[in-house]
Write a protein that binds this ligand. Structure first.
Ligand code: C5P
Length: 466
């Protein structure tokens, strides 16, 4: 904790000494809310900035950075050797929560500041960091730095809603470690409120069911089935979920839960019912809705709208919602295809895998399939591009997800390491987290990659017994 706190304080002091910053962040909800927090904190100090949202960091991009202060959010740990190689004359801050595959070449004495709870050097430090810092996302780390950048004790506390949205985006626990401290303080100050109930987000019931992918309701995408279901439960689909009385909400959630159970007997009620976070200072109050819209903006290549939402531009809510609906339609149509098209899902010893052509949905789709449809093995989604930008080498994007519950039986599985190794074997790059990882590989190497990944996951499983 000490190392983390010292790094955060050091970083905040460095930022305060500049008049201009370049921010580079990741294109998912955690990355965009991180950037939103930093942008707002800079604006409040009168520091100008240029923000760029990217899907990955590579050598050419890092080499091209020219500003005196560069802040990386939700990425940078894995590239810290490149950052030290090209940016060692600049002030660099990395706010990241990805587990380093090798010890990063950055220490408290370096010119760059690495704020990552998993980068501690000594075993003792690591143990403490893991206990307190495990589960914090990049938005949480950005929030801690923003809090240090203000003039008084409560400075930037109103940005806690963005930290919570980032945490929801990365599906991390809000009930322990630093996340709980952040949340408790924000609730006490009225920035966030919590309520218990259906976790579908806010909106008209019929729409929520048609587009629901978390949890994936087997009626999604099937209007007639949704109408028949709602008429059986006796609830009108054009009502808003937040307007339901306690009894009605219970009736709906019980019926939905039995439906989910028919498809997946293992599913727990927590997938459907639980805590809803209300972000009192944001333009979209429901935490899930906010996170999903920001995420869709980033994944569909409109991250500026997502950043705008984080900067509280009410005029962007409609555009963000429309991107969200587009994103959900793509997801639902792929999920329906996987369920109905024979042979769409392929199976090897250690993986289920399938191909998609839609861009931007691979990671989310893999997560849903691993959680709700094919739970027994690692799920891999392969996204071959239909066309490539002129002059660029064609790349295939891969996402892999592992159902967290399986970790209890297969502790040796580490997708970050497996994806890194398999992609390296075919000339690509990969990494991420133990249960959620990604890779980019040269077009044409897909089958070779899949075979390598299946083999490596088998080796990881075997190592549990040796
Ligand atoms: O792209 P996707 O959502 O599947 O990525 C899952 C995780 O893997 C993310 O944390 C991302 O940063 C990481 N990743 C990576 N290298 C890649 C692609 C993804 O480290 N080439």
């Amino acid at each position: 904790m000490m190392a983390l706190r010292k790094s955060v304080e050091k970083a905040a002091e460095i930022v305060k000494g500049h008049t201009y910053a370049r921010i580079i962040s990741h294109y998912d909800a955690d990355g965009i809310t991180s950037a939103g927090i930093i942008c707002t904190a800079l604006l409040r100090r009168g520091i100008q900035f240029h923000t760029t949202i990217v899907s990955k960091l590579d050598r050419a991009f890092i080499q091209g950075l020219d500003e005196d202060l560069i802040i990386f959010c939700d990425m940078g740990t894995a590239q810290s050797d490149l950052i030290m190689e090209y940016l060692n004359k600049k002030d660099v801050i990395i706010l990241d929560h990805h587990v380093p595959l090798a010890a990063p070449p950055i220490s408290l004495e370096s010119s760059a500041v690495l704020i990552n709870p998993f980068s501690s050097r000594t075993d003792e430090e690591r143990e403490m960091e893991n206990e307190i810092g495990d589960g914090i996302c990049a938005a949480g780390l950005s929030y801690l730095m923003a809090r240090c950048m203000g003039g008084d004790k409560k400075a930037n506390l109103d940005l806690a809603g963005l930290a919570v949205a980032g945490t929801l985006g990365d599906k991390l626990e809000l009930t322990k470690g630093i996340n709980k401290l952040i949340l408790d303080e924000a609730i006490k100050e009225g920035v966030i409120s919590v309520k218990k109930g259906l976790k579908l987000g806010d909106g008209k019931i019929r729409d929520l069911m048609l587009f629901s992918t978390e949890p994936y309701i087997p009626l999604a995408g099937k209007g007639e089935w949704v109408d028949a279901f709602l008429s059986k439960v006796g609830i009108k689909g054009d009502r808003n979920v937040s307007d339901l009385g306690k009894g009605e909400e219970k009736r709906l959630s019980d019926a939905l839960f039995s439906l989910l159970r028919e498809y997946n007997p293992e599913i727990s009620e927590g997938a459907l019912v639980g805590t809803t976070y209300i972000l009192n200072s944001e333009v979209i109050r429901n935490g899930l809705n906010f996170m999903r819209m920001v995420d869709a903006c980033g994944r569909l290549g409109n991250s500026s709208i997502g950043i705008g939402l984080c900067l509280r531009e009410e005029g962007l809510v409609e555009a963000a919602n429309s991107l969200y609906l587009t994103f959900q339609s793509k997801l639902v149509s792929e999920l329906n295809r996987i369920e109905s098209e024979k042979g769409a899902m392929k199976e090897l010893q250690n993986i289920f895998y399938f191909f998609v052509h839609e861009r931007g949905i691979t990671g989310v789709l893999a997560g849903i399939v691993a959680e709700y449809l094919y739970m027994g093995k690692t799920v891999v989604v392969v996204n071959k591009q239909d066309r490539t930008e002129e002059g660029k080498v064609a790349e295939t994007k891969i996402s892999a997800r592992y159902n967290k519950k399986l970790l209890a039986v297969s502790k040796g599985i580490d997708l970050a390491k497996a994806m890194e190794k398999a992609s390296r074997e075919v000339g690509g790059v990969g990494g991420g987290h133990p249960v959620a990882a990604g890779a980019s590989i040269p077009e044409g190497s897909e089958e070779k990659f899949i075979t390598a990944l299946d083999r490596i996951l088998g080796e990881q499983k075997e190592s549990e017994y040796s």
